[in-house]
Design a protein around this ligand. Structure first.
Ligand SMILES: Cc1cc2nc3c(=O)[nH]c(=O)nc-3n(C[C@H](O)[C@H](O)[C@H](O)COP(=O)(O)OP(=O)(O)OC[C@H]3O[C@@H](n4cnc5c(N)ncnc54)[C@H](O)[C@@H]3O)c2cc1C
Length: 339
């Protein structure tokens, strides 16, 4: 039997984990990315994210969102072990725990934690969820990219696919430079840009970019032992001391800029929680475009009319957390169709 060829459109965390799973399932895989995978370019969410491997206040979300997020989080220890062993690049998965400061709904939080066997401790007026991990996004992407290369996955970088039209079958997909890319099946993992690619097909994909800005401080390692969350704002520290604070949630289209007002807001909130940040060096200020969806629910499915086109997109605020499970689910679906 000839090996089926699958093109994955977009090389963010969702595309890379999907490509890895598909290649492990025995498919020939090509990832097409309009920029360079694992580099900070124009707005991709996966590089820009904070890397908290858990939903913020999960009791605020529907069960489907949390099921996907918790299943994704549970796959990370094994995935990161594999990535480190095989590539030598450490994604720095770290058990930081998440400390939630008031205001929060304590009854809802404890009920949810009990129901999902998630440890939750009262520490003064704060709530500590000690099982929450963080991961370092750029390193995660670098190690995924390296593993894909080692596994023989083709990476077609700086190659942008054009929006497609309605069709029963996708036999080839044009790039913006006039190339025609052919495969047996295609998976759209294009994050915030997925709607633009598919809007001329029968699919009503409800995805729009939602910008998030983050400030990066340089602090001595060990300044912040836990991820700290308060009222829509969070901070977390990497092993080498870099401390992230953010993030905004802005509906500004595909604008990937950063703003002085967001910088001031983030600074004020960060300093209120950690006064030693006053006068600390701000090393970087960046933004990323989340693939925003109503209720934070991604689409992991076959296209309703184009039989060899699949979607794994719209993970909004938790794409890093959800990616390994989302990749597992779409691979299972494709494998079932190909048998
Ligand atoms: C500030 C911020 C903080 C966040 N914090 C967290 C967090 O703590 N935990 C968490 O789980 N999630 C977090 N997220 C959300 C998470 O980062 C996203 O849900 C996730 O990265 C989405 O991944 P993706 O691969 O779908 O999208 P992206 O990373 O955006 O990747 C899509 C890729 O598709 C490419 N592409 C688009 N169109 C085309 C085309 N036509 N042809 C070829 N390539 C194309 C793009 O260049 C891009 O590389 C955060 C996001 C932001 C912005």
């Amino acid at each position: 039997m000839t090996q089926k060829h699958i093109i994955v459109v977009g090389g963010g965390v969702v595309g890379c984990t999907t490509a890895l799973r598909l290649s492990e399932a025995g498919y020939r895989v090509t990832v097409v990315e309009r920029n360079v995978i694992a580099s900070q370019t124009s707005g991709e969410s996966s590089w820009a994210g904070a890397g908290i491997v858990f939903p913020l206040l999960p009791w605020m979300y529907r069960d489907e969102v949390n099921q996907l997020a918790l299943a994704g989080a549970a796959l990370y220890p094994q995935l990161c072990k594999q990535l480190l062993q095989e590539t030598g690049i450490d994604p720095e998965l770290t058990l930081s725990g998440m400390q939630i400061k008031p205001p929060y709904d304590g009854v809802a939080a404890r009920t949810w934690c009990d129901r999902h066997q998630v440890k939750c401790m009262q520490v003064g007026e704060d709530l500590l969820l000690p099982q929450v991990y963080q991961i370092r996004n750029p390193r995660l992407l670098q190690s995924l990219k390296q593993l894909l290369i080692q596994r023989g996955v083709t990476l077609l970088e700086q190659t942008q696919l054009c929006p497609i039209q309605e069709n029963a079958e996708l036999t080839e997909w044009p790039t913006t430079t006039g190339q025609m890319l052919q495969a047996d099946a295609y998976v759209v993992t294009s994050g915030a840009w997925s709607f633009e690619l598919l809007k001329d097909t029968a699919l009503q994909l409800n995805i729009k970019p939602m910008r998030g800005q983050i400030l990066l401080y340089e602090m001595p390692p060990g300044t912040l032992p836990h991820i700290v969350y308060q009222d829509g704002f969070y901070m977390l520290q990497r092993r080498d001391g870099f401390l992230l604070a953010g993030s905004t949630l802005e509906d500004v289209g595909f604008d990937t800029g950063v703003t002085e007002s967001a910088r001031q807001q983030i600074q004020a909130k960060a300093e209120a929680i950690l006064p030693s940040l006053k006068g600390a060096t701000i090393h970087k200020h960046w933004s990323g475009l989340r693939p925003g969806t109503p209720e934070n629910l991604p689409t992991i499915a076959r296209h309703p009319t184009i039989f060899n086109l699949y979607l794994n997109t719209g993970h909004f605020r938790y794409g890093v957390t959800m990616a390994p499970e989302s990749a597992r689910r779409i691979t299972e679906l494709i494998a079932a169709d190909f048998h």
